[in-house]
Design a protein. Sequence first.
Length: 220
Amino acid sequence: MKLLLISGDHQIIEAFSLEAEAQQWSAHIVGDRTEVLNAVRNFDPDMMIADVESVAALDWWQEQGLTDLKPTLFMHKEVSEEFLYRSFEVGADGFVPKTAFSRRYLSARVNAYLRRQGLADARRFVPRLGLVLDSQRYRVEVKGQGLTLTLTEYKILRALSTDNETIVDRREIQSQVFGEAQISKRSLDVHICALRKKLRPYDLDISSVRGVGYGLGSLY
């Protein structure tokens, strides 16, 4: 998950940074809207959270058309009917009152948005590994960086990406990756070896337990 925060509020920035680290989101922060266009172009966020100072400031967002490009949550110090109306009028996907902002609130709002969009199942987050697995596009992010895998390698990684440090049975991996197809034991080992080489630069490794299966964890 890639989040872009637009805010100059130090308390908001600190809370956002801590929760992003805890959730293993890839986060980028800019101090004001003058930097937004470059950030959207270079960082390509999944969602933006914008701290706006007034109702009038929403006009700029409408003029730039940024809410048509990326899901956007607006923050403001006051909850007024006028601000809420204008926020949604310019294309906001939600509103975050600054008086209620916290790490828990931020996490809940982001996850609620993902559920509404039907992305929760397609995009799987594994905080202990810093992994994001996108089963719609078969893409992988490791700590915010893209990782290129073959389809078979992706399926193996998905099977190994458990929430806890669990050894996954070899037969279970074969079932998830190859289905009913009959393959040699050597074939799976070859794919595991290739995947291990791609993961090591990201400080991840695949361990093996002879006669049982494989586990995915940190290299150190």
